[in-house]
Design a protein around this ligand. Structure first.
Ligand code: PLP
Length: 430
């Protein structure tokens, strides 16, 4: 189908034709030509349970027959209350309240507003700066872009963004400090402290991090000790820690939350994507007891909200996704299948070692970075966009990543439910 016709839908590439998806089941999507595609990246790291999961569809059907919409200033609903309880029971530390949104970006906006309001209500209204990191991505809305250290996503709006400080990326495969993996003094963590000190701790509200950098850097786990060091820095300087687990939450990295592995307890946690696994739009901000108590005992208001937030249909989906994830032990499955798939990809790529710069990740979030021709590739050019397009032609969906002008990383991140047979199909097509 051509998208240049009048009345066509606008997609990112204004000149491209996109295949028309008509159905999907498990890890496979079918188009209107009868072709099938192995979903090697869960759409955009969303479809954790695979497509067409009967338990989720049944929950949607039951909820649709009962009630699909309530407005957040008028009613709560049983699935909303149950989902909040399930998430806060699973989440680390004292995260004990859930604020629901329709996307990860909205949840990031809520985190920004909540952090700023928290310090105002604590009687420290000067603490209004947010610190994030180079190479990060936190969403598409302006506040979220302001936090994102992703030059291409900022380009057209740079002039209107708040000038918040940004610390160095924590990316061992391309260390901004030129250090060797496992032998450094975590200058990346120190750079967060330097930004706090430079701005003045009495002006900093929060530090926002992705515990494993997802779609921007391309599956970049934090170095050992980094997340604990950052949590300690935040505590020392009385700054809130926001963990953006939009991609990593709900089992993708082999743990319920990537914070669990590091043993850190953020003050705010952002969820999205896998929370509803692609069945409806849904995001959430989990809020610590301390932050919640401060607002409740202060103005007793948090008025940010979007019309569809916490609608009962989305809440029922979230609950069904959490139930399924628990029942089928998907975090453990992601760890196991992720380790196997990483090993197999490493073997497969050994024959192409001259073009592979790095293979990394956590659980079923795997990044393969290719060499840059001028610096380390000796003239070989592997671009993520071309590789992704070639894979699509062969029936495999991959996700391009990287923050450079040319992206050189592809993400392999299939549904956490991917069968062993489909792993073979994925590897064969790859
Ligand atoms: N945070 C992270 C880490 C993300 O990767 C994304 C999206 O890719 C977002 C936030 C924004 O989520 P959404 O696209 O649902 O608004």
């Amino acid at each position: 189908m051509s998208v240049v016709e009048r009345g066509a839908v606008l997609y990112p590439d204004l000149n491209a034709s996109y295949p028309v998806a008509v159905s999907a089941s498990d890890s496979t999507i079918r188009d209107d030509q009868g072709r099938d595609y192995l979903d090697g990246c869960s759409g955009a790291l969303v479809v954790n349970l695979g497509h067409g999961r009967r338990e989720v569809l049944d929950a949607m059907h039951r909820q649709s027959e009962a009630i699909t919409f309530t407005y957040r200033t008028q009613f709560t609903s049983a699935p909303a209350e149950r989902l909040a309880r399930r998430l806060t029971d699973l989440a680390p530390g004292s995260l004990d309240h859930a604020f629901f949104t329709n996307s990860g970006s909205e949840a990031i906006e809520a985190a920004i507003r909540m952090a700023l309001q928290y310090w105002q209500e604590r009687g420290r209204p000067g603490k209004q700066l947010m610190i994030s990191r180079d190479g990060s991505y936190h969403g598409a809305t302006l506040g979220a872009v302001a936090l994102s250290g992703h030059p291409a996503r900022r380009r057209t709006v740079e002039a209107v963004l708040p000038a918040w400080p940004r610390a160095a990326a924590a990316s061992c495969h391309a260390c901004p400090f030129g250090q060797q993996r496992h032998s450094c003094a975590l200058q990346c963590a120190a750079s967060i402290e330097q930004e706090i000190v430079k701005a003045g701790a009495d002006r900093v509200a929060a530090v926002v991090i992705e515990p494993v950098v997802g779609a921007s850097g391309g599956a970049v786990p934090a170095p050992t000790g980094y997340l604990r060091a950052v949590a300690e820095i935040c505590r020392t300087h009385d700054v809130l820690l926001v963990a953006d687990e939009t991609i990593t939450g709900l089992g993708r990295t082999g743990h319920w939350f990537a914070c669990d592995e590091a043993g850190i307890e953020p003050d705010l946690m952002v969820l999205g994507k896998g929370l509803s696994a692609g069945y409806v739009p849904l995001g959430a901000l989990l809020v610590s007891e301390e932050v919640h108590r401060c607002l409740r005992d202060g103005s007793a208001r948090f008025t940010l909200g979007h019309t569809y937030a916490a609608n009962p249909l989305a809440m029922a989906v979230g609950e069904a996704v959490v139930d399924y994830t628990v029942r089928h032990q998907l975090p453990e499955r992601a760890a196991r299948i992720g380790a196997q798939l990483t090993r197999r990809l490493r073997t497969l790529l050994a024959a192409h070692a001259h073009v592979v710069r790095d293979l990394r990740g956590a659980g079923l979030l795997i990044g393969i970075e290719f060499v840059a021709p001028d610096t380390d590739g000796g003239g070989v050019e592997v671009r993520a966009d071309q590789l992704v397009a070639a894979a699509l032609r062969r029936g495999l969906v991959l996700y391009p990543a990287g923050t450079g002008t040319v992206q050189r990383t592809v993400l392999v991140a299939p549904p956490l439910t991917i069968s062993e047979t489909d792993v073979e199909v994925l590897l064969h097509r790859f």
